[in-house]
Write a protein that binds this ligand. Structure first.
Ligand code: NPW
Ligand code: ADP
Ligand code: K
Length: 460
C-alpha cells in the first residue's frame, strides 16, 4: 500500500490554484473545508458549546464557515478574531457568519476550542499576546480542535514558531502536510482527519502505510523467501538482534557471520564462527547487512570494503555509516544500497543544514545514490529518484538500545524477499513501529523481535 499523500504548503497552493483555474472558486473550497471540518468536529466532540478563534487569512475564513455550520446544527457557538479578514474569501465568510465577533484578547473560554487562527500561510511565530491567549483558552477547554494545523507551526518542516496548543483533533484538507507527521510539530496534532474538498493532488511524498507481504506458497523454499547475511562486528549482540529480526520478519534463512559463536540467538540462525567474510560470494544472498556492533577500525574498514565490493544488496547501519562518513565509498554500480542513519550519523554523513528533514533526506539520497532511512521519532525514507515517505512513530518506547539493529534486520528481510530498496525500507519501518506498538510499554529490543511475526501477519 502506498499511503496517504503529503503536500507542502506551496504544492497545496498550486493544487488549489489549478482547481480555481478549472472553475472552482476559493469561496467554494472554503465552504467545503469549513463544512467538512465542522462535521468532523461534531463527530469527535459532540454538541458542546464552542469558541472558534479566527485569524486574518483563509484559515480564519474556514473558521467562520465552521462557526456557521455548527450554529446551523443547533450548537452554541461564539467567534473571536485577531482582527478584520485580509482576504476576500475570508471577508465573505465572516459576513456570512453574520453574528458578533469578539476580540481575541477578552473572550470567555468554552469547553470546545477551535483554533482557526493560522494554517499553511503562517510565516512567523504568533505575536506574544495572541500565542498566550491561544494557550490560555486551550488550557481551559475540554477539547481543542485545529483547522488544518495547530497555529504556530511551520507547515513544511514541522518547526514550532511560537507556543502551540496540544490539540485533540486536527482536521486538514485534501492531503496531509509534512508538519502533521514531522516532529516537533506532530506531537501537537491529536487525531488527524483528512477531509476531501475536491482538489486533485498528487505527490512523490507519502505517509508510510502498512505493506503487503506475500505468504509462502507450494513453490517456495527458504532461499526464495530470502537469504540475509549479517556480518557481525566486535559487539556481536547487535548483529544478533539484526539476525533475529531478519528471521522473525520472514527471511527464509539468516546467516550470522561472527568470529566467535554468538550465544543466546535462535538455533535457526546459521552460524559458522570464523572469518566473517566466509561465504560472502554466495550468489543467493538477498541482503547483506553490515554495521551493527561494527567498530570503525582497520577490521571494520576491511569488512566494509568487502561488503561494498560484493555486489549484494546492502543494508548499512551504525558502524558502517561511521566508516562511510570517514571517507569510504559506496559501490558505484549494482543494487541500490539502504543506509539507516539516526540523527547523529546523518549529521556526520551529510551535515546539519539544508531545510526540512524530508529535503535533507532527499538531498542525501540523491548525493550518494542510495535509499536513506533518516531515523528518529519521525522517520523519513528518501530514494535517489526523489520519492520520499514519512513515518510518524506512535510507540516512543522505541527509544531503547538495539531498536536500530532490529530495524536494520527487518529491512534486510524485506530486501532479501525481493522488494526494491525504497519499498523494503518503508515496509521494514512500518513493521518495526507496529511490533513496538504490540510489544507495549517498557519494551526492549528483544521484545520487538518477538512481536515481528504478529506485525507481519497483519500484512498478509
Ligand atoms: N489551499 C487550499 O486549497 C485551501 C486552503 N484553505 C485554508 O486556507 C489556509 C491558508 O490560508 P492563507 O494562505 O490565507 O494563510 P493563513 O494560514 O490563514 O495565514 C496567513 C495570514 O496570516 C498572516 N500572518 C502570517 N503569519 C502571521 C503571524 N505570525 N502573525 C500575524 N499574522 C500572520 C498573513 O499575512 P502576512 O504574512 O502577509 O502578514 C496572512 O494574512 C489553509 O491553512 C486552509 O485552512 C481553505 O480555505 C480552502 C482550500
Ligand atoms: N522517541 C522515539 N519515538 C519513536 N521511535 C524512536 C524514538 N527514538 C528512536 N526511535 C526509533 O528507534 C530506533 C533507534 O535506532 P538507533 O538510534 O539506531 O538505536 P540503536 O543504535 O540503539 O539501535 C529507530 O528506528 C528510531 O526511529
Ligand atoms: K489553525
Amino acid at each position: 500500500m502506498k499511503g496517504r499523500v503529503i503536500l507542502t504548503a506551496g504544492e497545496m497552493r498550486a493544487a488549489e490554484a489549478r482547481s480555481i483555474a478549472a472553475g472552482t472558486s476559493v469561496e467554494t473550497l472554503m465552504e467545503r473545508a469549513g463544512q467538512a471540518a465542522a462535521a468532523a468536529i461534531r463527530r469527535f466532540a459532540g454538541p458542546m458549546p464552542a469558541l472558534v478563534l479566527c485569524g486574518p487569512g483563509n484559515n480564519g475564513g474556514d473558521g467562520y464557515v465552521v462557526a456557521r455550520a455548527l450554529a446551523a446544527a443547533g450548537q452554541d457557538v461564539r467567534v473571536a478574531a485577531t482582527g478584520e479578514p485580509k482576504t476576500a474569501a475570508a471577508s465573505a465568510a465572516r459576513a456570512a457568519w453574520g453574528r458578533e465577533v469578539h476580540a481575541l484578547a477578552d473572550v470567555e473560554p468554552a469547553p470546545l476550542l477551535i483554533d482557526s487562527l493560522f494554517g499553511t500561510g503562517l510565516t512567523r511565530g504568533l505575536l506574544r499576546d495572541a500565542a498566550a491567549e491561544l494557550e490560555a483558552l486551550a488550557g481551559m477547554a475540554r477539547i481543542t480542535a485545529a483547522i488544518d494545523l495547530p497555529s504556530g507551526i511551520s507547515t513544511d518542516d514541522g518547526a514550532i514558531l511560537s507556543p502551540v496548543p496540544d490539540c485533540d483533533l486536527t482536521v486538514t484538507f485534501q492531503t496531509l502536510k509534512p508538519a502533521h507527521l514531522l516532529q516537533p510539530a506532530a506531537r501537537h496534532m491529536g487525531r488527524i482527519v483528512v477531509a476531501d474538498i475536491g482538489i486533485e493532488a498528487a505527490s512523490d511524498l507519502h505517509e508510510i502505510a502498512r505493506p503487503r507481504l506475500a505468504a509462502p506458497g507450494p513453490e517456495s523454499h527458504k532461499f526464495t523467501r530470502g537469504l540475509v547475511t549479517v556480518i557481525a562486528g566486535g559487539m556481536a549482540g547487535a548483529g544478533a538482534l539484526s539476525a533475529g529480526a531478519a528471521l522473525r520478519a520472514g527471511a527464509g534463512a539468516v546467516r550470522l557471520q561472527a568470529r566467535e559463536p554468538v550465544h543466546g540467538v535462535a538455533a535457526a540462525i546459521i552460524q559458522t564462527p570464523g572469518d566473517p567474510l566466509d561465504r560472502i560470494d554466495d550468489k543467493r544472498i538477498g541482503a547483506l547487512l553490515l554495521g551493527p556492533g561494527l567498530a570503525p577500525d582497520d577490521e571494520g574498514r576491511a569488512l566494509f570494503e568487502a561488503a561494498a565490493g560484493s555486489g549484494h544488496p546492502l543494508v548499512l547501519d551504525a558502524g558502517a555509516l561511521r566508516i562511510l562518513a570517514d571517507g569510504a565509498a559506496l559501490p558505484a554500480a549494482g543494487p541500490t544500497a539502504i543506509l539507516t542513519p539516526h540523527e547523529g550519523e546523518f549529521a556526520a554523513l551529510f551535515g546539519e543544514d539544508g531545510g526540512s528533514k524530508v529535503e535533507r533526506a532527499r538531498a542525501a539520497a540523491a548525493k550518494v545514490g542510495a535509499v536513506i532511512v533518516y531515523k528518529g521519532p519521525d522517520t523519513v525514507v528518501a530514494a535517489p529518484d526523489g520519492r520520499a515517505a514519512i513515518h510518524a512513530a506512535t510507540a516512543h518506547w522505541l527509544a531503547t538500545a538495539g531498536a536500530g539493529d532490529v530495524l536494520a534486520g527487518t529491512i534486510a528481510a524485506m530486501r532479501a524477499a525481493g522488494m526494491a530498496a525504497f519499498e523494503a525500507a518503508c515496509a521494514g519501518i512500518w513493521l518495526h513501529g507496529r511490533a513496538a506498538a504490540l510489544a507495549g510499554p517498557f519494551l526492549i529490543a528483544d521484545d520487538l523481535i518477538a512481536h515481528l511475526p504478529a506485525a507481519c501477519a497483519e500484512c498478509l
